[in-house]
Design a protein around this ligand. Structure first.
Ligand code: ADP
Length: 337
């Protein structure tokens, strides 16, 4: 078990690309932290710096209080799970699981016990004699996880481990990773570009953009109180509505207002006094709910309506917002007011 601490960590690649521009972050023992952000924002570089696969250009990195800037990956006692499974094709599942332990010189009896334990945790018992090519994508990913688990490292690092899987399997494996974290109570650091993965898995989420941390907070807080327009726009599906104050009938100012689609009520027929009229632009039935895009005051807003809401493009509707949930951002800096 371990804490991981980054103090003003920087990475400038040869050729001058500043990929990580001073990240400071304290990860608690047993915490599940995700690094999330669009492609190229520096997530993988940050993870590789923690792993020791890249050298720091500046700052300090500590694991369990010990400065590890100059330690090799092996000396850091961490395990990394990548999106590509990298299993040995000529070894069966048991062989793949045993491999890291044999390399470390563990004796055969202990290796067998570890492999049994880990295959139990991951539900791989029935597959131990199979080769990787005889496994499904999800099973292969589970073996790759198992290979990280057998060593019982202090810290687990994940780099987009699910991005090669189809949507249904992704959701299932996401649940399995979360349960695994609950069982192991180890420190997990998880890189993803997928906001839903970061939200559902993490104790805290680190939102990055262009090599800098935008906000570090538990998922609920990120969603309810985004620090700036970037974070507001990154989380939530459908996206948060970002509109001028006058669109909602409020006094103008140098502000952008943020309003989640679930805090916008859409209706047809008699318009309540505090509602404003608009025209339906698009209707997207999702099953349990309907996403309704409405044009109003020259802007488009999305509302979440109940699944049985009936409307068609071009219909006149009204929109009513819940003022308690309005978020105000400075139009110039993008920061939450
Ligand atoms: P992410 O994981 O968020 O997609 P990366 O950490 O992979 O982002 O990349 C951050 C930035 O650093 C990008 O601009 C990328 O092009 C650049 N980069 C990544 N790896 C290297 C490298 N080995 N050499 C030079 N530039 C790199």
């Amino acid at each position: 078990m371990a804490t991981v601490s980054l103090q003003d960590v920087r990475k400038v690649y040869r050729g001058g690309v500043a990929a990580v521009k001073g990240v400071t972050l304290d990860i608690a023992d047993g915490e599940f932290v995700s690094l999330v952000g669009p492609s190229g924002c520096g997530k993988s570089t940050t993870l590789n710096l923690i792993a020791g696969l890249e050298e720091l250009s500046g700052g300090e990195l500590r694991i369990d209080g010990q400065l590890v800037n100059d330690l090799s990956p092996r000396e850091r006692d961490i395990a990394m799970v990548f999106q590509s499974y990298a299993l040995y094709p000529h070894l069966d599942v048991a062989g793949n699981l045993a491999f890291p332990l044999k390399v470390a010189g563990m004796d055969a009896k202990d290796v067998e016990a570890r492999v049994r334990e880990v295959s139990g945790v991951l539900g791989l018992e029935a597959l131990l004699a199979r080769r990787p090519k005889e496994l499904s994508g999800g099973q292969r990913q589970r073996v790759a996880l198992g290979r990280a688990l057998v060593r019982r490292p202090k810290v687990f690092l994940f780099d987009e481990p699910l991005s090669n899987l189809d949507a249904a399997l992704r959701t299932q494996m996401r649940g399995e990773i979360k349960k695994l974290h609950e069982q192991l109570k180890a420190t997990f650091i998880y890189v993803t570009h997928d906001q839903a993965e970061a939200m559902t898995l993490s104790d805290r989420v680190v939102v990055m953009s262009q090599g800098e941390v935008q906000q570090v907070a538990p998922p609920r807080e990120l969603y309810d109180a985004p620090a700036n327009l970037f974070v507001a726009g990154f989380f939530g599906s459908p996206r948060i509505n970002l509109v001028k104050p006058q669109t909602l009938g409020l006094p103008d100012g140098d502000a952008v207002l943020g309003l989640r689609p679930e805090h916008l009520q859409v209706g047809q027929g008699a318009r309540p006094e505090d509602a404003r009229e608009g025209r339906v632009y698009l209707v997207e039935p999702m099953g349990a709910e309907v996403w309704v895009t409405v044009e109003m005051g020259g802007e488009r807003l999305v509302a979440r309506a109940p699944g049985d809401f009936r409307a068609a493009s071009g219909d006149t509707v009204w929109l009513r917002h819940d003022a308690r949930y309005l978020r105000r951002f400075d139009a110039r800096t993008g920061r939450a007011a």
